[in-house]
Design a protein. Sequence first.
Length: 206
Amino acid sequence: MGVLSKSVSFFRYMVRGETPPDFLGWVDERLQKHVFLTIDDTPEESSYGWVDLGNVLETEFMPGGAHKGEYLAFSLRMDSRKVPGALFRKHYLMAEAALRRQQKGRYLGRQQKAELKKSVTAELLRRQMPQPALFDVVWHPGRERLWLFATSPKVRETFETLFRETFALDLYLIIPYTLAQHRLGPGVELDTLTPAVATPAGRLAT
């Protein structure tokens, strides 16, 4: 679900690090540098990069295109192609039978089978159309907050890798522990505090 959907699920992050004075211009330049590159006419299995918010076709960032008031908004596009197992099995057996006929019925060696699997996979991948997927990103630089509208661990890992490569900023997933540490402020380590439990009378028991 994207940010404009009726219901959404997301990961929350804190974003920390030094940014240049021309922050918005720098963001435009970094997004364009790591823009999505299509694999439609290649044998590659996957590709990912930034695109305009919610637009699977728009891979060019016009100056200011990602600026939404106090926010920045864009999307992570991930394309992947894979060969269904049954389809691979069928074509592998066909290729194996053809090769055995060429070899006058001799069984294939381990190396031959490995090479045959590789060639069959490459050919089938080339004929498969990549499946695109979009995941929206909303970033509030002033509050050092960012939302990734996805719940898949794989998407999260890809996003975190690409975001750090793009902006060279520190990215922290917000969980109860990191949120508590943030609220304590600098100079106080959460691990050094002693847990306390409130009693019915409202007094604290350690």
